[in-house]
Design a protein around this ligand. Sequence first.
Ligand code: PLP
Length: 326
Amino acid sequence: MILDHKFDLGFFPTPLHRLKNLSEKYSPYQIFIKRDDQTGLASGGNKTRKLEYLIQEALDKGCDTIITAGAQQSNHCRQTAAACAIAKLKCHLLLGGTAPQKYNGNLLFSHLLGAEIHFTRENRKGEDTETLKQQLELEGKKPFVIPYGGSNFIGALGFVIAVKELKAQLIAQNLKIDYLFFASSSGGTQAGLTLGNDLYILNMNLVPIGIDKSEMQGMRLEEVVLNLVNEGKHLLKIKKEYRLADVKINNDYNEAGYGIITENEKAAIKELAQNEGILLDPVYTGRAFYAMMDYLKKGKIPLNSTILFWHTGGLPANFYYADQLK
Ligand SMILES: Cc1ncc(COP(=O)(O)O)c(C=O)c1O
């Protein structure tokens, strides 16, 4: 089975537990959290799940070098650097902007994890990948490119199997989830959760919160997700027809733009930290958690629903944004 062919990188299952104080505060909603901030790979996060499949593919192809791209505070790049260290692969990161005086947060961790960092100015979504790949090939290397955010259908398999993991936990805890909130940015997490939800018949209403309003390779995120879902469904032998109209992303909370911290993200971080002792990140989970709070406060979903927030990690970015979070 394709889902079993992966390179172990994380500690699974990640915990699933109730947010006791927030469930009281937002009663009659019941709120649970899935702790992918605890995947264990160099401070955790959702990309660990994708990387288990992507690194396996690189090894299967006999590659010795990984290239991936992102922002300087990319959690994906930091976890890729960690995965490469474990798999004994050389890691090249193409990060937007210019070299800062001081390394902090994810950039510092990527450096400590041994990645070779290339600063690519306005390009933060892998626009320079092909040039670097050719250069490395000329040097006799066998590079493997992991796309921006680890989001191709191979990476998305990590979130298909994550739903299988969740299902076992829900059965054990005698729970049913009505609404699942999570941050969606490069589409792989959403594509995997969509396919997993159908494959394992969990019937959750997915509420993906858009983080980045800019397009990817000229496509809207909805189109990216649909393409990933359609590629993945053949592999998994899922019969369902998916249409663009079925891919829903709520973009009401990303007006400020990617990586711009507003009072919303700050409020969400404090809400979860001060009620439950759990830390979010300011770019992704802070934004998605704020959206969830807003839904619950405004009664946008039926009362008495059971809600799951999928914590996708991102802790190191808090240090980079420290001045704005005070
Ligand atoms: C902490 C965190 N949450 C959520 C996401 C979004 O996941 P995806 O890119 O698969 O949509 C990311 C992506 O970088 C992330 O770092």
